[in-house]
Design a protein around this ligand. Structure first.
Ligand code: G6P
Length: 613
């Protein structure tokens, strides 16, 4: 949520910053801005809308000489929290004297009180943002030492922040700090770049340092000095990124989402490879860091997540119960710490998060840790806060996911959850023979998904008949119920069609009242237990005029005949089938959105990484 970049070095800083913002645009894209140091002065450019608008504005307002001269600056792409996405609310914000510029990701919770105090001292504010208040506070604390001023200001604020600060009086440095919002520092040759995530850094260097909460760093072109907020030096290791700039490009596809859907055979291969034990019919997930005894003692699994990750958790719930006979439950991460979660040391809590930065999931992890549960994570972004705070867990290895709507992360989450459930199951009720069969099926997931992707053109044709509807229902049973939820979420996120996912049986308890002639009902009717009952529910919908698009199993002609349109998935284990089924729905949503002319990779109002509650 909100993207920050800062650069100090030898290159044209404004261009580096704008290119960095483009990489971070998925984090927020309602306005953007940058501040550079030119000839001892801070110069700011801002524009409402996307980074491209900021680029136009900067090139219109600034001379080419300025672009060539300037080697230090900070920049921001915004997802509005306080105040609408106007130019005046866009970051960077300046202090009262106009000598200090600040970009900020997060929320300053006590900004009203601080603002009132500063106003009584004569400060004047232009924007509605909490960030401008922090900029003024830093200015107010500044007695000639920017680092100390930032420390003093941060001691006075409550809430979350990832910040970068620039001062006209100390042009050789940028100060950066974090609490709750990520900051990565890239260490180049004679240049240092900071960003909210590594995708903005990888064009410059593979060597990065992840800041921890309450770290504050002085960044210079050739040095990084990290301290805590009490000015005590801390040591943070340098990590290697391990993926290059090409991984964050569209690679010939029209949209990142389409590219990421097509990448799934590879990303799933990466998530599964080396993690299957064919001999034992189990999985090898070293990151779980659990002894067989600890595994045997687990009496409950609690899965936490938000959005798409929550839906992956719902599939996991079925998997843990089916394969391991363990009571499993999914909880919305946002709600978790506000109820009274009953947890003990025999409860395994699995936090699921693509980004590893989602504020609600992180807060839930902290609650679970505090209550003494056995906590692990399932993250995609290596080194992310949730991955680090849980200490143990399994990385997805899905590669960078840029499109706001999650696709490959979801399927990798489900694949890893299946492997976890298999591992727990083998220590309990699941026989070696059954384990070997399922392990083989899990290993074949990339192939199953590739077969669905081969139907891309056919799915595009089917989607063309569903572009005029403003409402749609997705139904499924058993593990296909979360697939229905995820299919509906994908469609609404990117095409703005009002779509609802329901358990197939639940439709008749209310939502069926909304069916009219031609209302689309997308039924996940693969040949898995419960299919016949779903077919009954389909007939109930058809009797009310619904148009039925079925996801059916290859060769199940009888079921296909019940549908107005159908997409097939290969025959496989019911839990495994959730993955190809969801891929079919991803492609369907993509094509409906494309044909409706929507902005697929950056849907309105959304952000990929939600670092506010
Ligand atoms: C945002 C994104 C969703 C994502 C959710 C959870 O809402 O738009 O695509 O599923 O956050 O994100 P996480 O990174 O925790 O999986």
């Amino acid at each position: 949520m909100c993207g920050i970049v800062g650069y100090i070095g030898k290159a044209d800083a404004a261009s580096v910053l704008i290119n960095g913002l483009r990489r971070l645009e998925y984090r927020g894209y309602d306005s953007a801005g940058l501040a550079v140091l030119d000839d001892g002065q801070i110069v700011v450019a801002k524009a409402p809308g996307k980074v491209a608008k900021l680029n136009d504005r900067a090139h219109a307002d600034w001379t080419p000489e300025r672009f060539r001269r300037v080697t230090t600056g900070i920049a921001h792409t915004r997802w509005a929290t306080h105040g609408p996405p106007t130019e005046v609310n866009a970051h960077p914000h300046l202090d009262q004297a106009g000598d200090i510029a600040l970009v900020h990701n997060g929320i300053i919770e006590n900004y009203r009180a601080v603002r009132a105090r500063l106003e009584s001292k004569g400060h004047h504010f232009y924007s509605e943002t909490d960030t401008e208040v922090l900029a003024h506070l830093i200015g107010d604390c500044n007695k000639g030492d920017l680092f100390q001023a930032v420390c003093d200001a941060l001691h006075q604020v409550e809430g979350t922040f990832g910040i970068a600060v620039l001062s006209a009086h100390e042009p050789d440095k940028i100060i950066t700090a974090r609490r709750g919002s990520p900051i990565v520092i890239g260490i180049g040759e004679g240049e240092t770049i900071i960003a909210s995530d590594a995708s903005a850094i990888l064009a410059h260097t593979q060597r990065v340092i992840y800041l921890d909460d309450n770290d504050i760093a002085v960044i210079k072109a050739d040095s990084v000095d990290i301290r805590d907020l009490n000015n005590i030096p801390v040591t943070r290791e340098i990590a290697e990124l391990g993926f290059d700039a090409a991984a964050a490009e569209k690679g010939g596809f029209d949209h990142f989402m389409l590219k990421e859907i097509h990448e799934q055979p590879d990303s799933l291969g990466n998530a599964i490879r080396g993690r299957i034990d064919h001999n034992l019919g189990s999985s090898v997930l070293a990151g779980m860091g659990t002894s067989p005894r600890e595994l045997a003692e687990i009496s409950r699994v609690v899965l936490l997540g938000c959005g798409t990750s929550l839906h992956a958790g719902l599939v996991g719930e079925y998997a843990f119960e089916d394969l391991a006979d363990i009571h499993a439950e999914v909880q919305q991460a946002a709600e978790f710490r506000y109820r009274n979660p009953i947890l003990g040391n025999r409860d395994l809590v699995v936090a699921i998060s693509q980004s590893g930065e989602t504020a609600d999931t992180l807060a839930a992890v902290r609650e679970a840790n505090q209550k003494g549960a056995f906590v692990m994570s399932l993250c995609n972004v290596v080194g992310s806060t949730i991955a680090r705070e849980t200490g143990r867990g399994v990385y997805l290895h899905a590669g960078p996911e840029i499109s706001v709507a999650s696709t490959k992360a979801f399927t990798c989450q489900v694949a890893v959850l299946l492997m976890m459930a298999l591992k727990l199951g083998r220590g309990r009720r699941y026989s070696r023979e059954d384990g070997i069969k399922l392990a083989r099926e899990i290993e074949s997931i990339p192939e199953l998904v590739a077969k669905v992707i081969l139907q891309n053109d056919r799915i595009a044709k089917i989607a063309a008949d569903y572009t005029q509807n403003e409402h749609a229902f997705f139904i499924g049973r058993g593990p296909m119920y979360p697939v229905a939820l995820e299919g509906a979420l994908k469609l609404k996120e990117i095409s703005y069609v009002h779509a609802e996912g329901y358990h197939a049986a639940e439709l008749k308890h209310g939502p069926i009242a909304l069916l009219e002639q031609g209302t689309p009902v997308i039924a996940i009717a693969c040949d898995v237990p419960g299919k016949d009952k779903t077919l009954g529910n389909i007939e109930e919908c058809r009797a009310r005029g619904a148009r039925i698009l079925g996801i059916v199993t290859e060769g199940d002609h009888e079921t296909a005949e019940c549908m107005d349109d159908f997409i097939t998935i290969p025959r496989c284990h019911p839990l495994v089938a959730t993955i190809p089924a969801v891929v079919a729905l991803q492609l369907f949503a993509y094509h409906v959105a494309r044909l409706r002319g929507c902005e697929i990779d950056q849907p309105r109002n959304l952000a990929k990484s939600v670092t506010v509650e």
